[in-house]
Design a protein around this ligand. Sequence first.
Ligand SMILES: Nc1ncnc2c1ncn2[C@@H]1O[C@H](COP(=O)(O)OP(=O)(O)O)[C@@H](O)[C@H]1O
Ligand SMILES: [Mg+2]
Length: 402
Amino acid sequence: MIQKADDKETPAEHVRAVGLMSGTSCDGIDAALVDVTSNGIKLLAFECCPYTNDIREALLALSSPETCRIDDLCHLNFVLGELLADAVVRVARRAKVELASIDLVGSHGHTVWHIPQGRRFGRRKLRSTLQIGEPCIIAERTGIMTVADFRPRDIAAGGQGAPLAGYVDYRLFSDAKLARAMLNIGGIANVTYIPAASAPEQIVAFDTGPGNMVIDRLAEIVSDGQLSCDLDGALAAEGAVDRELLAQYMKHDYFALKPPKSTGREACGRDYADRFHHACQARKLGDADILATATALTAGSIADAFQRLLGGPVDEVLVSGGGAMNSALMAMLAEHLAPAKVLSTAEVGLDPEAKEALAMAILAVEAAYGRPNNSPAATGARRAAVLGKIVPGSRALELPEQ
Ligand SMILES: Nc1ncnc2c1ncn2[C@@H]1O[C@H](COP(=O)(O)OP(=O)(O)O)[C@@H](O)[C@H]1O
Ligand SMILES: [Mg+2]
């Protein structure tokens, strides 16, 4: 149970929701079943439903203008809808609860493309983003009201549509005494900086750059497809960092941008990792050195963002996402970010792998009650807006009285 004693604004309520997340790593669907009550948030069960290789490859192909086909995009939207619905059923089964006891599903979907910098449309510049995983399929298969597609409304309100975590991070982890940085290391890494005793407007949140994305791709290349990640950072731990190559890659244009900023496969996807690999080969690096240097790029870009862009001191860094499982990466971060303490969210009672899915459940509950659930300080939106598109379930939603 994550409890916020000072959360006086939460009305008396008890909503059971499933949050669904498919991140840029394309590793699978995370499903978190949570009870959101006036006393706090309780994670009842968490299930990670891995993608088959076919689905993973199909999603990766969609995430590149060179390989995306419009008929595949149409098809995969519905395929993912079915897989997301399956994930709801699986997490309910794991918790041994009936689907009928679940009030809401909050589904992020899978981002296939994101244009936060905007594109010209006549005299205007329009931002856009596209997440797939048809919510009508989820609602139809499960019978549960589904809230999906949180990002577009934030963009409509003038924001970048990302990162979404700012709202939930502040609500769950703001602290009267500690300045906290909530660091989620998925395919992309993002941070929410919450100064001690701060107001919601004071947080700073943005994507720092690569999380596991480059590491995963290099692990795949050096193992001839046997590895999908550097398990526990074992290879990186044995290698030496090529400082010269690292310095070269630290000059990425994205790292220099000021927040609000967000990114995805556009900035450090396969092509980028493949170029990095070629550069490593040209310098005759061994496999372990390649992984150590890629891991140092993730750690270095995070540390650089902390120093230049947070705008204040950090007492505690709470790490979530699959990257929290990479010991080599965690050790590099601890070294860079000292004297701040670098901990997994497990140390404050939250499974690091469940955090993003849990956040989607909370966003859905807020949307269902019509309460704003974005963080304008994080996304740059002009106002606090209610994010999410609501698809009715097969039974009328009976939310407890506010
Ligand atoms: N034991 C582990 N050792 C190293 N890396 C891990 C481990 N477990 C998970 N990961 C990394 O975490 C990634 C998944 O993290 P996740 O938070 O789901 O990212 P995303 O939100 O982008 O899908 C995997 O692709 C892998 O790189
Ligand atoms: Mg994932």
